[in-house]
Design a protein around this ligand. Sequence first.
Ligand code: 5GP
Ligand code: ZN
Length: 138
Amino acid sequence: MKDNNCIFCKIANGEIPSATIYEDESFRVILDLGPASKGHALILPKEHFKDICELEDSVASKVLPLAAKIGAAMKKSLGCAGFNVVQNNGAAAGQTVFHFHVHIIPRYENGPSMVAWTQGEETPEALAETAAKIKSAL
Ligand code: 5GP
Ligand code: ZN
């Protein structure tokens, strides 16, 4: 299913041109317009899913192998030292385009620096309480 108001549906299906680095029947992989580093790419399914919770298993199962393939090609072709695989769900998590996508962000020896969290502390009791809450909703 496509969403006529969704820019990533239009890009993924070729209605809007993009710097495409890979395409198959299920996905288009493009370069991000506002890259965090040289080569920053986005994996877009051709079907519209709002986020990871809506994604069909048949599509989801192909995403990580594709991310690995793209990342390996970046290391060979761009000389990055590594890469991050990032995927945001919900505005609170930084999602700005509500068509599921995966960022592949090359990391070079000299950067870029990426946002990281500060490690907190939690007692075993508090961890158990939180774990029980999440388990009850699975
Ligand atoms: P999000 O914040 O939703 O995880 O990521 C959305 C990403 O899409 C951002 O990194 C943004 O730069 C990129 N983006 C938004 N609109 C376009 C577009 O029209 N073309 C391309 N190539 N990237 C886009
Ligand atoms: Zn869409």
